[in-house]
Write a protein that binds this ligand. Structure first.
Ligand code: FAD
Length: 265
């Protein structure tokens, strides 16, 4: 390989390769939304045309449920993708485009979104996965027949849970990197876990009261966050340092005998 073809610095090629994966995961997620919308439109068109028991099948509650779930899945996937690309754009816009280290700075800034890119990859590919299954189901027996697009959508969707790192590996990245960043103080995760663990140990607390149009949704989200933090705390109490997956961060996280979360070596 001629030396003038070198990209970046010698010995640091993996940074470029991993960042390509980050962007690839983000793009995979965005791409699956196109597949989801295509399958969704075809599923609804078929359901409106198919008459059973003298009615279009869209009149049945269980069919409406599939359509509603699928629509909500697409909305959530799009919201995730737009939110993250907005944050990446805003971060890159701050860079000085004439700086000699522009490439390295761009790389560092994208790398900060590695967890979000993995979340998008997992969430969007699994949204597509559920959606094509629901839309195929709406087609009944025709869903299994190659002449209908539902069959192809179902088959084509499958690869998205495998390439750009399988969803199992991306789940490990989400946990590992989040914990690593918590250890490094880049995320205020440990104090939040500690607060929830303390709250649980102190006994039942009254439900948080909220007002306004989205009060119920806020309350549900707050409970979901607490549950996640509690699970993270319980997992770290049981598994100690092993909860932080990447090898380089092992040994950084442990729980003292008093069951408080502490920084380790
Ligand atoms: C159509 C297609 C196109 C592709 N394009 C590219 C490309 O352009 N560039 C490229 O670099 N690669 C590409 N790939 C490769 C793809 O990224 C890999 O197939 C994928 O990352 C999975 O790796 P593997 O096949 O070696 O599976 P394996 O690593 O053998 O995994 C097998 C199973 O074990 C599970 N597993 C493995 N380790 C763990 C663990 N620690 N914990 C839990 N479960 C685990 C996996 O999740 C999976 O379910 C492509 C693959 C396909 C099929």
């Amino acid at each position: 390989m001629p030396v003038e073809n070198l990209l970046g610095e010698v010995g640091k090629g993996h940074h470029i390769a991993f960042n390509i994966l980050n962007v690839g995961r983000y793009k995979l997620g965005a791409g699956t939304i196109g597949g989801s919308k295509y399958a969704f439109r075809n599923g609804i068109r078929y359901a409106k045309e198919r008459i059973a028991f003298s009615k279009p099948i869209t009149a049945f509650g269980l069919v409406q449920e599939k359509i509603a779930d699928s629509g909500a899945g697409i909305f959530a996937a799009k919201s995730l993708v737009y939110r993250v690309v907005g944050a990446i754009d805003a971060s890159l816009a701050e860079l000085d485009k004439s700086a000699p280290n522009l490439t390295q700075e761009t790389q560092k800034r994208i790398e900060k979104f590695a967890v979000e890119c993995s979340i998008i990859k997992v969430w969007c590919s699994e949204t597509l996965d559920r959606l094509v299954d629901q839309m195929l189901q709406l087609h009944g027996g025709y869903g299994y027949v190659e002449e209908y697009s539902a069959e192809r959508s179902y088959r084509d969707a499958r690869i998205n849970k495998i390439f750009e790192g399988t969803n199992e590996i991306n789940r490990l990245i989400i946990t590992g990197w989040m914990m690593k960043r918590a250890m490094q103080g880049q995320l205020v995760l440990l104090p939040a876990i500690q607060r929830v663990m303390d709250e649980v140990m102190a006994g039942p607390t009254p439900r948080e009261e909220r007002t306004g149009e989205l009060a119920d949704q806020h309350a549900l989200l707050a409970s979901a966050k607490k549950l996640s933090l509690f699970c993270a705390g319980a997992a770290s109490q049981k598994y100690g340092a092993a909860v932080s997956i990447p090898r380089q961060s092992r040994g950084l996280y442990c729980v003292s005998r008093s069951k408080r979360l502490v920084r380790g070596r």
